[in-house]
Design a protein around this ligand. Structure first.
Ligand code: SAM
Length: 293
């Protein structure tokens, strides 16, 4: 698909004011975020993720190591599982061509953007509220020599500068819990071409449980976010021309990651809330892939 007039969001020199005081809080949160659990994992191979992992632990990779050697191997293993998560998201983007444009909404430090470009050869635009994150992602793209194809900008994902209908695929990787879903999916539906693909990986509270559990409330407070229910995702997609093609419950697949992470020195104090809410069924880790119709 040709993308003649796409406005890039490359320039981080002029930073738009956050649309709301809450967005200002979130921009500050991510500007100051430097948790070792994110940075030391990214240092393994230069792909910086701010999301969780999926898949079985490779115990042979950990071996019988102890002390700092165990910590080093554990970090590499957690990072492998986080990269596997992004790979699964990309698996659901569908056939993306080299001349396509894809959009990473809430791109963080840009790990998924780099992976998308490396897999498809396409252009990738990412948006984040954090100038620090955008600069980090753009610096990594320059280091990799892919800055002409991979660009991050400081921008509200509810109000992006992309031309309507010009985007082949777009996604939210653990970033949809910071916004109203109706507003979010209206913007994805606007920028996506008809037949384009939208994918999210997200934690959501399970309506079968009844209401958000105390663990879900703890996670909200920890990250200053607002986790939505599975029902809200389905309803907001249906309201905005996004028709689910695949819904994958990744809860069992992410649990080993949290169990391993809880044994590391990089714990952030939120591990127990994730494990308890996954175990009591109040919280789910979900991938939803939808067609823009
Ligand atoms: C948990 S991080 C996920 C980062 C990235 N998707 C990843 O997988 O590594 C959440 C991201 O959402 C972004 N975000 C939250 N609200 C946003 C908004 N309204 N517009 C743009 N980005 C937003 C934050 O700036 C942050 O980069």
């Amino acid at each position: 698909m040709a993308v003649p007039e796409v406005t890039t969001v490359r320039d981080t020199a002029t930073i738009p004011a956050p649309a709301t005081p809450y967005q200002g809080d979130i921009a500050r949160y991510w500007d100051h975020e430097a948790r070792p659990v994110n940075l030391r994992l990214g240092d393994v191979d230069g792909l910086y993720h701010h999301h969780y992992g999926i898949g079985d632990i490779d115990h042979s990779a950990l071996g019988n190591s102890v002390g700092s050697e165990r910590e080093k191997r554990l970090i590499a293993e957690l990072h492998r599982l986080e990269t596997a998560q992004a790979d699964l998201l990309l698996d659901h983007l569908g056939p993306v061509r080299r001349d396509d444009l894809v959009v990473d909404a809430g791109c963080g430090r840009g790990g998924s953007m780099v992976m998308a470009h490396q897999r498809f050869g396409c252009d990738v635009e990412g948006v984040t509220l954090s100038a620090k994150q955008a600069d980090f992602a753009n610096r990594r793209a320059r280091e990799l020599g892919i800055e002409r194809s991979v660009r991050a900008g400081v921008c509200n994902m509810l109000d992006t500068p992309f031309v309507s209908g010009q985007v082949a695929a777009s996604w939210n990787n653990e970033s949809s819990m910071y916004v109203d879903l109706q507003d979010l999916f209206a913007e994805h539906a606007r920028i996506l071409a008809v037949g384009g693909r939208y994918v999210t990986i997200t934690g959501c509270w399970n309506p079968v449980y009844g209401q958000p559990s105390k663990w879900v409330s703890q996670i909200n407070a920890h990250f200053e976010c607002n986790i939505h229910s599975r029902r809200e995702y389905m309803r907001a997609m249906a309201d905005n021309r996004l028709v689910p093609q695949a819904v994958v419950d990744l809860t069992a697949a992410t649990t080993p990651y949290w169990e391993l992470r809880a044994t590391s020195s990089l714990t952030t104090g939120i591990e127990e809330a994730f494990l308890n809410s996954y175990r009591d069924g109040s919280f789910q880790y979900l991938l939803i892939a939808a067609d823009r119709v």
